[in-house]
Design a protein around this ligand. Structure first.
Ligand code: SF4
Ligand code: SF4
Length: 124
């Protein structure tokens, strides 16, 4: 078992848990997956779509930020890139930085209880 640890976090993460998880971090309660310029270009290259069309089709603008749209799924709301039948991310190799860095977000340094409820890959 390969547990990932990061300095400053009092928990670890077992990535093998994702194989058995139905994708709790991509669906359920509403949440914002913020994307930056680099994320957009990377996803556009992968999807073979131009950035304007990508933004129109897949992103919501909130104040000056862009986040991935959600849709109603079996377990509440889900990211539009969530592959429901396969229970995984349809753009995994090019997913946004926010998704790549989960669960090591500063927010969870102070709210580990929220994370433990959501992600079965968290380890003491
Ligand atoms: S909730 Fe945790 S275990 Fe489940 S897919 Fe997301 S990162 Fe993996
Ligand atoms: S982009 Fe992929 S990893 Fe990120 S929330 Fe959407 S489905 Fe999940």
């Amino acid at each position: 078992m390969n547990i990932i640890r990061k300095e400053g976090f009092d928990f670890g993460f077992d990535p093998s848990a994702c194989e058995r998880c139905p994708g709790y971090c991509c669906c359920g309660l509403s949440g914002n997956v913020w994307v930056n310029h680099e994320d957009i270009l990377r996803m556009c290259r992968f999807l073979q779509i131009n950035p304007i069309d990508f933004i129109t089709q897949y992103l919501n603008r909130m104040n000056n930020r862009l986040s991935i749209k959600e849709r109603v799924g079996e377990q509440g709301l889900e990211c539009v890139f969530f592959d429901s039948p396969q229970r995984c991310c349809s753009i995994y190799t090019v997913r946004p930085r926010q998704c790549r860095t989960f669960p090591f977000w500063d927010h969870f340094k102070r709210h580990k209880d929220e994370l433990v409820k959501e992600c079965p890959g968290v380890r003491p």
